[in-house]
Design a binder for this molecule. Structure first.
Ligand SMILES: C[S@@+](CC[C@H](N)C(=O)[O-])C[C@H]1O[C@@H](n2cnc3c(N)ncnc32)[C@H](O)[C@@H]1O
Length: 390
């Protein structure tokens, strides 16, 4: 992309959906499903083309996007003066006016400009100076809840200026009111569910569900409820070109696509205290009639007989003693062999050593990141009538 084509190609806008490493493929499929064209996988993201309606849809309905950026300019920025001058070349009145607030996020890597805070400050100065020059006034900065979030990224001295149409990260769905000790990210969870290939026609179970994120994301997916259904605000609602009627139409159409689901979705955990939290979150998502919650140790939980998909996020070694980790992962392996025949069982763990104690060879292993921790998302299949290690 150059400065000329950053905004539009063939009359369509270019967007970048950001996600976690390993989820680019499922995100591209989701975007194609909602009508994106020319999807192109990039590092931790997907570039695509579409119009304003698609941008609203991507924010509301994509389960694996963290944010949807709209690039408005690209240029070389070898030093702060060049950066300042290029930011001045953008006509900011197209996006902002003096009564609106803005915030800048700067990200820089492998570049002459090395400090992201400085990058953000210089960009803010250029925008404020442009307004002051033209109008004598300038829009204010509001880092907490701005009307316009601007994202400036410099990589190897090439800079991209984007408008952040999401605002707060899209993993903040709005249903989670409380968490257990190590909640998993909602976007990562949705990505794991999509990667598992669950067809929504069989049961779904998480026997170590903590605050309930995995069963809740599974239920939203099964019922085709848009993940943004409980969010209070999206970034684009503060934009100058916000089209309220179009936004209401996008939400209405997405909510009308709700599906029936007639299998079981079960979340269970050994801790009664944590299951109370899971219950609050399930209620907050309005899924109390869909998700069954139980308080059980994994080896005391009997999954439904007719098979399905199991996904779980057991504790990692870091938070446990080595002896416990070994025992726990052995117990998980034994339980899979005993109780999970007919299930595709997926486990995410950052503890590569502990995973070996499951005692089964994974039929798939996908590299993902749980926060900063490099993890493996492993699939184990135990076939009916067979005790052999696969
Ligand atoms: C990493 S947390 C899961 C977090 C969850 N995915 C969330 O989003 O909140 C691991 C959970 O495993 C549970 N757990 C540990 N050992 C267990 C066992 N033997 N049986 C059932 N649950 C267990 C813990 O109580 C904890 O809630």
């Amino acid at each position: 992309m150059t400065i000329n084509d950053a905004k539009q190609i063939n009359g369509k806008n270019i967007f970048i959906a950001k996600t976690f490493a390993g989820l680019e493929g499922v995100l591209a499929e989701e975007l194609l499903d909602i009508g994106a064209s020319k999807t192109k996988i990039i590092n931790r993201g997907v570039q695509f083309e579409g119009n304003k309606e698609l941008m609203y849809k991507a924010n509301y309905s994509s389960r694996t996007a963290l944010r949807i950026l709209k690039p408005i300019a690209t240029f070389k920025a070898l030093n702060e003066d060049q950066l300042y001058n290029e930011i001045l070349k953008i006509d900011w009145e197209e996006y902002l006016d003096v009564n609106r607030t803005f915030a800048i996020e700067g990200i820089t890597s492998y570049s002459n400009i090395t400090h992201s805070k400085f990058l953000a400050l210089k960009t803010k100065d250029a925008i404020a100076d442009q307004f002051r020059e033209k109008t004598g006034k300038r829009p204010s900065v509001d880092t907490y809840n701005p009307d316009l979030r601007i994202n400036v990224r410099i990589f190897k001295n090439e800079s991209t200026v984007s408008l952040d149409s999401s605002g707060e990260s899209l993993h903040k769905r709005g249903y989670r009111i409380a968490t257990g000790p190590a909640p998993i990210n909602e976007v990562l969870t949705a990505g794991m569910i999509l990667l598992s290939g669950w067809d929504k026609k069989s049961n779904f179970i998480d026997p170590m569900c903590g605050s309930g994120t995995i069963p809740i994301e599974a239920a939203l997916y099964a019922l085709n409820i848009p993940p943004g259904f409980k969010r209070k605000r999206f970034g684009f609602e503060g934009w100058k070109d916000f089209d309220k009627d179009l936004w209401e139409k996008v939400k209405k159409e997405a909510l009308e696509k709700r599906l029936e689901f007639n299998r079981q979705i079960i979340g269970s955990d050994r801790s009664g205290r944590i299951m109370k939290i899971a219950g609050e979150n399930v209620n907050s998502a309005g899924l109390e009639n869909i998700i069954t919650l139980k308080t059980r140790f994994i080896d005391d939980l009997e999954p439904p007989k007719n098979g399905g998909v199991m996904i779980m996020n057991p504790p990692y070694g870091e938070r446990m003693t080595t002896e416990n980790t070994t025992d726990l992962y052995k117990k998980i392996g034994d339980t899979l062999k005993q109780n999970y025949k007919g299930y595709a069982s997926w486990i995410i763990s950052a503890d590569m050593e502990a995973l070996k104690f499951i005692g089964l060879r994974p039929s798939r292993k996908i590299k993902l990141f749980n926060g900063p921790l490099e993890s493996r998302f492993c699939k184990f299949e135990i076939y009916e009538g067979s005790r052999k290690r696969n």
